[in-house]
Design a protein around this ligand. Structure first.
Ligand code: G6P
Length: 608
């Protein structure tokens, strides 16, 4: 996820573009840059670091010009650095491009260009687009962009300008968002409405597979095949602050609703049409996977809970013994780790001090270190031999949601890759995973429909002091994360445990009306979980079940049911967590809490 901004009109472009980028910084902030056209030449200014650094550079060396494009980056290809910052140009500096998203076939495009003698100034997929557009250019930027994107595959949005046509911008949307703002004799273009809202409320939304041609006087939208598109304008009524959150009251809710897209991004270019799995930054040496005798997962907080799902998957699907350890415990322990161990360090930020220390210990002991992280160029990614980026985009709310879900997606991909290489994956399971993962973004979309019910149920939970979460196997792993969500933002005490453990102590706390949330999706232990429901019901508990939409049994046992779409049991965590996130959110909202910044907590804990 990155932020794109463009301007063409009678005013100086640079300050308008930089100001727009500032309002898009929530989409990424590891580097930033702009390109401005002064009527004869294009000038690019870009730097690693936050936007303030770019603004400082522009104060020292101002650039004049009435059209410009800019970018605030959240790295996916190539670490954050000056040279990987956008905009990118072709070698002749004729075409300049900013881009949000992923060009899946960029490596093969790059190889073809390199074979023809092209030299690249960065490691990004974007630069390939600049080369392609320049090669295709014969006096009409619109046609050059159209031909170039015809060669690219992926989910992205891009904007291009060229030296020979000042005052013109051409943009394409392939999944990643793009809006046009219509001013009085001036036009704006951005990834999201907040960037342009204080200039105009008159907006045109670009749809997937469309190309838009923009000058100061107007805009024209076509499908990529050239069919003209008529699009109504929208009048935006949100205020600027609301708009930054996409109209949602909190970033947490916005991020919950971004999960289908985030999952699509995580899978993009990794689970291919033909079912192959390509993990671009994971390069196990020959024989390593065959000789692997242990997977050691280390993490903290929500990332640790993602690890609990990983353990279930790796042991069940790969039959490789897997341990999950809190990083703050493991760093002071004497773990049994060696060259035949794969250490999987999971961290949204890639900067959690304890996780870094535990990962360092694993490396010292000769383990191969694989980072599963959301932040390209983070310390963890740099210190690891292999990396799997989650591509959830920046997560602003302290309570992690989309980062968690994309960590799980990463673990499923890893299970497929390792299972195939070891030859241990049952072909039927393999096919189930591939088909199931492909369909998961749509299922996540369906699961989000639980929100309406979560709002009503939240009223029942908001006045309680304690909530219990139970489940078995994968359901237990999800229950633990659901419980953490509840406590960290609603401040209601909550505890999660395997359903069978309840009777060994916690049952003493269950009295009339005690809320117990039961995750019940696993067919092989279904009846066992029903027994646990009966145990708590017998003590007067109020039972809320999270169950499949076609589960006709559960309503006989539970007081309320939050329904999730049917998926193969092995994939259920990818949907069953969603109603729990929504429930926690709405309980916290009902209690009037500062949801995005809960008391005493921090997004990233970089001290011990
Ligand atoms: C903090 C955050 C949690 C997060 C944990 C680990 O405690 O509040 O939401 O899960 O750190 O963070 P990491 O960046 O390593 O995933």
């Amino acid at each position: 996820m990155c932020g794109i901004m463009g301007y063409v009109g009678p005013r100086e472009a640079a300050p308008i573009v930089v100001d727009g980028l500032r309002r898009l910084e929530y989409r990424g902030y590891d580097s930033a840059g702009i390109a401005v056209h002064d009527g004869t030449a294009l000038t690019v200014t870009k730097t690693e670091g936050k936007l303030a650094r770019l603004a400082g550079l522009l104060d020292e060396h101002p650039v004049a010009g009435r059209s410009g494009i800019g970018h605030t980056r959240w790295a996916t290809h190539g670490a954050p650095s000056d040279r990987n910052a956008h905009p990118h140009t072709d070698p002749g500096g004729e075409v300049v491009v900013v881009h949000n998203g992923i060009i899946e076939n960029f490596l093969s495009l790059r190889e073809t260009l390199a074979a023809a003698g092209a030299e690249f100034a960065s490691e990004t997929d974007t630069e390939v687009l600049a080369h392609l557009i320049a090669l295709e250019y014969d006096g009409d930027l619109l046609e050059a962009v159209r031909r170039a994107v015809g060669m690219a595959e992926g989910a992205y949005a891009l904007v291009a300008m060229c030296r020979q046509e000042p005052g013109r911008m051409v943009a394409v949307r392939m999944i990643s968002p793009l809006v046009v703002g219509i001013g009085d004799g001036e036009m704006f273009l951005a990834s999201d409405v907040p960037a342009i809202l204080h200039h105009t409320r008159d907006i045109v939304v670009i749809d997937n597979g469309e190309i838009v041609d923009i000058t100061a006087d107007g805009w024209k939208i076509e499908k990529l095949d050239g069919t003209p598109v008529e699009r109504d304008r929208l009048e935006i009524t949100w205020d600027a602050e609301q708009a930054e959150r996409g109209g949602y009251p909190h970033f947490m809710l916005k991020e919950i609703f971004e999960q289908a897209n985030a999952t699509t991004e995580t899978l993009s270019g990794r689970l291919l049409e033909d079912g192959r799995v390509v993990l671009e930054d994971v390069h196990f040496p020959p024989g390593f996977v065959a000789g692997l005798d242990k997977i050691w997962i280390t993490a903290c907080g929500t990332a640790y809970h993602a690890g609990l799902v990983g353990k279930e998957l790796f042991e069940r699907l790969l039959r490789i013994p897997t341990e999950v350890g809190y990083a703050h415990e493991l760093r002071y322990s004497d773990p049994i780790i060696q060259g035949t161990t794969l250490t999987l360090a999971i961290s949204q930020s890639g900067e959690t001090a304890d996780t870094l220390a535990a990962a360092g210990l694993a490396k010292e002991r000769g383990s191969r270190l694989l980072a599963l992280t959301n932040v390209v160029g983070s310390t963890l990614s740099r210190e690891s031999t292999d990396v799997l980026y989650t591509r959830a985009g920046p997560e602003i709310a302290v309570a992690s949601t989309k980062a968690y879900l994309t960590m799980l997606v990463g673990e499923y991909l890893l299970a497929l890759a390792i299972g195939r290489e070891r030859g241990v994956l049952d072909p039927a399971i393999d096919a189930t995973l591939v088909a199931g993962l492909r369909g998961i973004p749509a299922k996540i979309g369906e699961a989000l429909a639980a929100e309406e019910q979560a709002v009503v149920l939240a009223g029942r939970f908001a006045g309680r002091d304690d909530v219990y979460f139970i489940g078995r196997g994968l359901d237990h792993a999800v229950a633990v994360e659901g419980s953490l969500k509840m406590k960290e933002i609603s401040y209601v005490h909550s505890e999660a445990m395997p359903a069978g453990e309840l009777k060994h102590g916690t049952l003493a706390l269950v009295t009339e009306g005690t809320p117990v949330v039961v995750v019940i999706t696993q067919g092989d232990v279904y009846d066992k979980t029903v027994s646990a429901i009966q145990e708590v019901k017998a003590r007067g508990a109020f039972v809320l079940a999270v169950a499949y939409e076609d589960d006709e049994q559960v309503a006989k046992h539970a007081d309320e049911v939050l329904r999730i779409p049917r998926v193969p049991d092995v994939l259920s965590p990818l949907v069953s967590i969603i109603p729990l996130q929504l429930l926690a959110y709405h309980v916290a909202a009902a209690r009037g809490h500062d949801i995005d910044q809960p008391r005493n907590l921090a997004k990233s804990v970089t001290v011990e």
